[in-house]
Design a protein around this ligand. Sequence first.
Ligand code: ZN
Length: 220
Amino acid sequence: MEYTLVRTKRKTLALQIMPDGEVVVRAPLRLSKQQIDRMVAEKEAWIFAHQQKVLQQKQAKEQFSLADGRFPLMGQLFPVEYMEEGKAHYADGVFYLCKGTEEQLREQAQQLYRTIAREELSRRVAFYAQKMGVIPTALRINGAKGRWGSCSGKNSLNFSWRLMLADEHSINYVVVHELCHILHHDHSAAFWKEVERFFPDWKECRKQLGKVSRSDYFPE
Ligand SMILES: [Zn+2]
């Protein structure tokens, strides 16, 4: 079995399957190559099973930008159509992309999500800000993977375009969550009380968002 060996000061052997299926073995400095080979061989079934799983996940994620893919948007899946020429755009539930390499398609799709995110979130932020009587100083769209949104000390709001992969209710919850930070720059009881006025089911929203980030459609 092929693997990448990393010698460390650790006391035990550790196996890791990387997102591309590569096997990384972290081994103590004193362990001989034969000993490591033997221990890795003993774990062969486990390694194989995990590699399969990781590769399947990778494939599912790549489908996000493949020619026959459908793109998730606000809780639904929409078809993608490929054009010979023109500018990539989104209209009436269809993502129109220009034919190109996988890298180019990925880039086009991301740009569309950013554009949609800017429009959708501006509208939703304005709606809830008025209801709540708060005024954000700016709205920015980023590509964060681990964070749906944030609110700076100066009350400027940031949202990840990936939020567009979630359902509308969850999107609105994130908008309200960040707007509530204008009133409370923390996650205190007072903060959650404010969130609860609009989203009594905020725990459920958080669960839904967790599912989105773990879904096959969550792009790299
Ligand atoms: Zn927060």
